[in-house]
Design a protein around this ligand. Structure first.
Ligand code: CP
Ligand code: NVA
Length: 310
């Protein structure tokens, strides 16, 4: 049985299989052909943090695949009152067919997966947001970017880490620009650089956004204040001064460069109103693609599960 906790657990071929499945199922969905790949299956969706896209896309996605989604806010289940993750996993995974979790530490989702009888999907942790980055890759392909040169400008957070993993596995160019004190996790960077040796990915780091963006064909960013960092807001806004993706910065990218944002976006901080609105079609295609990319991942995991019933 496989879990989808981080991109680093998958080979390039496996990741591309998921993307291919996502494309196929998207096409079927667009033709209103709802193939019940996951008929009568239940997806448990545990949220310890807020969500708009992740909740709606997983819940709608599993329904369109013939199953049902169970929204479980940690405020409403015993997990929120201190029931251990491992016990929650041992109970819920006996009742549902797949689980998606959004939580804080990566170790929490790993613990859940260790005790789970069914595949577990990472719907965002402090370290990674792998379903988002698979979505972004699907979007890049759809928008016709053949040889991605991705410039990520901003916080060295879960989104940046997921880009590092994806680029290093698939072998495309990634430039990451962060303020010195907000750089990526060094262990994750080292792992990515190891993978990059094999895949041929070019990965580079900058403290000057302009350097990273020069000649890129995909520019992307994320909020400067992730969920759980609300009390650092003031100092972060100061530290990220100069990291806004605005027209001046976009001008340095390729003429046809696309701009992606996982959302929610904070205009005037990580992205200017002008850049956001000029690229709204790309950004909201990216948002829609959460639905399709995650279907590909869920169906892939389902076809790779062993018969675990005793
Ligand atoms: N991009 C993303 O995961 O959005 P939500 O936090 O709304 O789920
Ligand atoms: N880095 C952001 C992503 C939100 C989808 C966060 O963790 O809050």
């Amino acid at each position: 049985m496989r879990h989808f906790l981080t991109i680093k657990d998958f080979t390039k071929d496996e990741l591309l299989e998921m993307i291919a499945l996502a494309k196929k199922i998207k096409l079927q969905t667009k033709k209103r052909e709802f193939v019940p790949y996951l008929e009568r299956q239940t997806l448990g969706m545990i949220f310890e943090k807020s969500s708009t896209r992740t909740r709606v896309s997983f819940e709608t996605g599993i329904y369109q695949l013939g199953g049902v989604g169970l929204f479980l806010s940690s405020n409403d289940i015993q997990l929120g009152r201190g029931e251990p993750m491992r016990d929650t996993a041992r109970v819920i995974s006996r009742m549902v067919d797949m689980v998606m979790i959004r939580t804080f530490e990566q170790s929490k989702i790993e613990e859940f997966a260790t005790f789970s009888k069914v595949p577990v999907i990472n719907g965002l942790t402090d370290s990674y947001h792998p379903v988002q980055i698979m979505t972004d890759y699907l979007t890049i392909l759809e928008l016709g970017v053949e040889k991605p040169i991705v410039a990520y400008v901003g916080d060295g957070n879960n989104i940046a880490h997921s880009w590092l993993m994806l680029a290093s596995k698939l072998g495309f160019e990634l430039r990451v620009a962060t303020p010195k004190d907000y750089s990526c996790n060094q262990e994750i960077v080292s792992t990515a650089l190891e993978f990059a040796k094999e895949s041929g990915a070019e990965i580079s780091f900058y403290s000057e956004p302009k350097e990273a963006v020069k000649g890129a064909n995909v520019v992307t960013t994320d909020t400067w204040v992730s969920m759980g960092q609300e009390n650092e807001k003031e100092e972060r806004i100061k530290a990220f001064n100069g990291y806004i993706v605005d027209n001046n910065l976009m001008k340095l990218a390729n003429k046809d460069a696309i701009f992606l944002h996982c959302l929610p976006a904070y205009r005037g901080y990580e992205v200017s109103e002008e850049v956001f609105e000029a690229h709204a079609d790309e950004i909201f295609l990216e948002a829609e693609n959460r639905l399709h990319a995650q279907k590909g991942i869920m169906v892939w995991l389902d076809t790779h599960r062993e018969d675990i019933d005793e």
